[in-house]
Design a protein around this ligand. Structure first.
Ligand SMILES: *Cc1c(COP(=O)(O)O)cnc(C)c1O
Length: 402
């Protein structure tokens, strides 16, 4: 029987990395030593108090049954306390916090909760691809907001067509930003909240990287803005903060009614997060800042090794204040896919082509700082030793499309 897949699947953007992945498999088979700076998945282990708490909680038969849909109240209380401590924001754990199976799950489902077929969602470009995918699954249309270097990778709200803004139901933003590493200010969040109130738009802020920051910088939450709760929810995740990507736990906070719509979708689709994992999450949220500092220092050193090393071949890199990504302009002679292929084939260094995050990502590659200092030094050495690539940088004018 021929399987006829649903139209919504055919509407997803084409998968561009097939050739790149084939090259990766071939080089692996040839036993080439590959340095993978492609995926945003921490190489560091989950801190041991969190693992211990999971083991204990896993022994308890009470945790072997279906969890509650909204998540353990004790976990949601821990979230609320963490928001108070970290951002000075008060949240009602019963109504303003929802446990998620990783924040990706909630981000994908929020469109099903709010978007009708034909509705418009405002989606940044480049961006974490899940925002747009969720909109497609809900039958909506993404109106793309270009994130340009000249505007510090922030969307230009004034440039959004008024008619589009009036029809838009939902706006996604994400700072500290994946893939650009950009950060923002409370003033910008204030302008987002004002815009959302003017046009009746739900704001979904993705705060996955709030705890991965450098040089003493501390990223704000949109919930710190007065009246943000009238229009916004914020997604958060333990994945990046506590090296827990495999555990699948995150949460959404903010506007009660929005949280409730998301919960309604979820009660019909999933049955929540394993309670033992939520107990481990409580342990994580109660950890002192010392452990976080150590993680930040590790990424900061890695960031410096790479940027200083590549500056020697004139590869100009802006130091990100947060996230574990570097967003690098490449010589305009190459597409981002071509350049990623070149780096893989010639240096055994795997990076993500910017085009994978949207058409405004063209002209860039993303490097994830998720390998050891030693391996980063090796990557720098190989790139510097490669005549073709270093010549390109030493000679080329570097431009980008967006
Ligand atoms: C990693 C990431 C997430 C979510 O991760 P989960 O593991 O699903 O919590 C969300 N947004 C961005 C931008 C990310 O990079």
């Amino acid at each position: 029987m021929k399987i006829d897949k649903a139209k919504r699947l055919t509407k997803l953007p084409p998968y561009l990395f097939a050739k790149l992945n084939k090259m990766k498999s071939r080089l692996r088979e040839e036993r080439k030593d590959l340095i993978d700076l492609g995926v945003g998945d921490p190489d560091l282990p989950t801190p041991s108090p969190i693992i211990k708490r999971l083991s204990q909680a896993a022994e308890n038969p009470r945790n072997h049954r279906y969890p509650s849909y909204q998540g353990l109240l004790s976990f949601r209380r821990a979230v609320s306390q963490w928001y108070q401590r970290r951002f000075g924001v008060g949240l009602d754990p019963e109504k303003e916090v929802l446990t998620l199976i990783g924040s990706k799950e909630g981000i994908a489902h929020i469109s099903l909760a709010l978007i009708n077929p034909g509705d418009i969602a405002l989606v940044p470009d480049p961006a974490y691809p899940v925002y747009g995918a969720g909109v497609i699954f809900a039958g909506g249309k993404s109106y793309l907001l270009p994130l340009r270097k000249e505007n510090h990778f922030l969307p230009c709200l004034e440039k959004i067509d008024k008619k589009v803004a009036q029809r838009a139901k939902i706006l996604f933003i994400n700072y500290p930003n994946n893939p650009t590493g950009a950060v923002t200010t409370k003033d910008f969040f204030q302008s987002i909240v004002d815009f959302a109130k003017e046009f009746n738009i739900v704001v979904c802020h993705d705060l996955a990287y709030s705890e991965i920051s450098f040089d003493g910088y501390s990223p704000p939450s949109i919930m710190e803005i007065k009246r943000a709760k009238e229009v916004a929810i914020e997604f958060h995740s333990l994945s990046k903060t506590f090296n827990m990507t495999g555990w699948r736990i995150g949460f959404a906070v903010g506007n009660k009614a929005i949280i409730e719509t998301l919960n309604e979708v979820k009660t019909n689709i999933d049955s929540g997060v394993f309670q033992a994992v939520q107990e481990a999450g409580i342990e994580a949220l109660r950890m002192n800042e010392h452990a976080l500092k150590k993680t930040q220092e590790i990424y900061q050193r890695r960031r410096n090794i790479l940027t200083e090393g590549l500056a020697r071949i004139n590869w100009q890199i802006q130091l990100p204040k947060a996230t574990f990504y570097l967003w690098l302009k490449i010589p305009s002679r190459f597409s981002s896919l071509e350049f990623a292929e070149l780096l893989m084939e010639r240096c055994g260094v795997i990076v993500t082509p910017g085009i994978g995050f949207g058409s405004c990502g063209e002209g860039y590659i993303r490097i994830a700082l998720t390998v050891s200092e030693e391996r980063l030094e090796e990557a720098v050495k190989r790139i510097r030793a490669d005549n073709l690539i270093s010549r390109e940088f030493l000679n080329a004018k570097i431009k980008c499309k967006c």
